[in-house]
Design a protein around this ligand. Sequence first.
Ligand code: HEM
Length: 90
Amino acid sequence: KDTPYLRVTPSLLKKMTGRKGKDAWMVLGGRVYNITPYIPFHPGGEPELLKGAGRDGTKLFGEIHPWVNYEGMLAACLVGIYVSEEDGEA
Ligand code: HEM
């Protein structure tokens, strides 16, 4: 059976910045995570974390702390997979 996860497009992702009452989503390794619940716990603070919000944070994340196990930490925050505009939900 197919996963129930959302197929998230670039245009949807870029709205999810954590501002204007929206949650903060971040792409890491091709998967989209809702990082909102993690904001208060991030050791690097909120502004640093939100640098990757609404965008693909894979490179930035890897430059700062490649040893951090985001897949384990954010497993419950998985929203979906990151796809091209054409391959999105609707
Ligand atoms: C620490 C930035 C995303 C988990 C830090 C620190 C910075 C930073 C600057 C160092 C804080 C210090 O030592 O004073 C960023 C940026 C992110 C990002 C720019 C966006 C791309 C994340 C995410 C997670 C995470 C998504 C977890 C899922 C951690 C952890 C530490 C940390 C666990 C402590 C690491 C250690 O001391 O070994 N972050 N972070 N970060 N961040 Fe992030």
